[in-house]
Design a protein around this ligand. Sequence first.
Ligand SMILES: C[S@@+](CC[C@H](N)C(=O)[O-])C[C@H]1O[C@@H](n2cnc3c(N)ncnc32)[C@H](O)[C@@H]1O
Length: 158
Amino acid sequence: MQIQIVCVGKIKDAYISSGVVEFEKRLRPYGKIFITELAEVKIPDNASASDELRVKEREGELILANVKEGFFKIALDPNGMSLSSEEFSDVFRDAKLSGKNLCFIIGGPLGLSPKLLQSVEKKLSLSRMTFTHPMTRLILLEQVYRAFRILNGEPYHK
Ligand SMILES: C[S@@+](CC[C@H](N)C(=O)[O-])C[C@H]1O[C@@H](n2cnc3c(N)ncnc32)[C@H](O)[C@@H]1O
């Protein structure tokens, strides 16, 4: 199975980057995981709500242009569905059984556009609280790792 994570914006904090590198390494035995990091679209000074919407829409277009052909799209969204870690591991079991590849999408500082959120197959919430986009990347990777450990009956999840 291939897993793509498309995200907008760089990680600036070393403590998050090293966590991301660690979980990418731990995930290597379970499939091809690759991260597509896109540059943030510049937010104009004193941006109005419509300027911000334009930024999110442009980022949404760039995201969709970078999703690998045929991948099942899951957007990370605080208002999406919430799953237990066991239920999240079922997402990978089902994808494996049906031969699907998955693409997780993380927005930039302004979030994802309504158009993008309408175009994806699923929306996943990690919590009703809002995280920074780098933190979301790290938490998602840890949960993907946890899901594979659960799926394979390997120790980690308690
Ligand atoms: C700083 S947040 C954007 C906040 C923005 N106000 C919004 O409504 O999406 C950046 C990105 O991180 C992801 N994110 C943040 N918190 C999340 C959560 N609790 N669950 C899922 N994704 C989250 C989303 O993909 C979001 O677009």
